[in-house]
Design a protein. Sequence first.
Length: 282
Amino acid sequence: MRQFPPRQIVCLTEEIIRHAPIPAPSDRVSDRGTVETLYLLGEQDRIVGVSGYAVRPPRVRREKPRVSAFISADIPKILALEPDLVVAFSDLQADIVSDLVRAGVAIHVFNQRDIAGILAMIRTVGALVGAAERADLLATAYERRLATIASTPRPSPRPKVYFEEWDDPLISGIGWVSELIELAGGEDILPKLRFRQAAKDRIILPEVVRAAAPDIILASWCGKKVVPDRIRGRPGWDAIPAVRNDRIVEIKSPLILQPGPAALTDGLDAILAALWPNSAAR
């Protein structure tokens, strides 16, 4: 990093872009949250370049140059911006990162996969731009809200929930999604899979969901529109309570498939609305 705090930041950590045969959101998430975090901290003027898939806040599309997809980037364009810092995400961006490191650029790579990681990311972003106190206040506000929601009394029994990240093959939800379902008062039917970071490790058979008989199906198909009729039409799924009672709910990818502020706010709100359509129970 040429100086502290960095004045020119490029954020590559946005949007789910498929790079392998199995399309899976947690490998290519819709907004990893650093752009939105910088805007929430009032530090957006430091951003000089973003992924082409950055969507939160909406104004970012108008205000910031696009310099990358998820696993590919315009290296000369990034270098021309003379960034003091580039923020990336996980080993999936290793090739981009290695090119930038060889060019002498300072890099910070995040890899948050659960709620604790999201909160740590917010605080780390704040520290990186000299806004540690504001970032801590922001993260603390989220922690308090999460605690309030988790302690809200709700009817029993808790609804059983299946979250579908992709439809072919079926892929269940990653860590932060499973945690948010439980915070909202639901019971994730596949809680052990939350610890498997790679999407390929969360592929499941349709029979597994059928046997678990979820009361609610939440679906977010990595940026493509969910088609409930395809879910209803799966062999034997007409016996699943969620299908029988028409409780199949789409949650838009930018709200829930990103381990950042959106998931803790609008994403969680969408889960609450799906689980407890009677607002008195939210």
